[in-house]
Design a protein around this ligand. Structure first.
Ligand SMILES: [Zn+2]
Length: 242
């Protein structure tokens, strides 16, 4: 079986905005990818021509699918949780969704937001970070959700980090990164993926100069690894994994 990467996000556009470089690079290296998005983004500030939350959610699901296609994502899924309200979801319920998908897809590497909530310190991102981290540890434990077979332990968990901050936001407190991922070769696809999110075009316009200056690298922190070892700097999420 080839290598696999799983990415867990909160909103349609997180997959390209935050993780697009890593996902496109994985596709280039024939690594299968699975992206799980917890909400369909109905609480977005930018709403395109949508006249209701449901309408916006439906178009953002389509935009998410189109973006994943540009990034070469193998499989993608949007769950139906309420955008902006992930703190109200029972923890065990959310973690069960993730454990189920980790045991089925069997990723070597899992990536998600850091505990700071990412560049815009969004509470939904913080919840997704906590759930995914818990699920990473529980997917391999036979006493957690024993009814979901088969127990599987992914090898590495990375949180997204950053070395720059958005000018108009309160800064996150990022974890010190262990991977500075050179995404220069995928940069164009990352921005093309973002363009598929037509409803979020004003956001794209605003952040364009930022990404033009800093968009050549994505930063990740290795927060858990199956084999004990000292922290080290790596250039790739899969470095040293056979
Ligand atoms: Zn988001």
């Amino acid at each position: 079986m080839g290598q696999r990467l799983m990415c867990v996000v909160a909103h349609p556009d997180d997959e390209c905005f935050g993780f697009g470089g890593a996902l496109a690079l994985a596709a280039d290296h024939v690594i299968e990818t699975s992206v799980l998005c917890m909400t369909d983004g109905q609480a977005a500030t930018h709403r395109g021509s949508a006249e209701s939350g449901l309408e916006l959610g439906a178009s953002r699901r389509r935009e998410f699918a189109a973006s994943c296609e540009v990034l070469g994502v193998t499989e993608h899924e949007v769950l139906g949780y309420h955008d902006g309200q992930l703190q109200n979801v029972p923890v065990l319920e959310a973690v069960e969704h993730l454990v189920r998908r980790m045991r089925r897809f069997q990723p070597d590497v899992v990536i998600t937001f850091g505990s700071d909530g990412g560049l815009n310190v969004h509470l939904d991102h913080m919840m997704v970070s906590f759930w995914t981290t818990t699920a990473f540890h529980w997917a391999g434990r036979s006493n957690r959700f024993p009814e979901i077979t088969t127990v599987f332990q992914p090898r590495r968990l990375f949180h997204l980090s950053t070395d720059v901050f958005l000018p108009d936001r309160q800064p996150p407190i990022p974890s010190p990164w262990t991977v500075a991922l050179d995404i220069e070769t995928t940069r164009k696809r990352k921005s093309e993926a973002f363009e598929r999110h037509a409803s979020q075009a004003p956001l794209m316009e605003r952040t364009k100069p930022f990404f033009a200056e800093y968009g050549g690298t994505e930063f990740y922190t290795l927060v858990a690894e199956k084999e004990p070892k000292p922290a080290r700097q790596m250039t790739d999420l899969f470095e040293g994994l056979s």
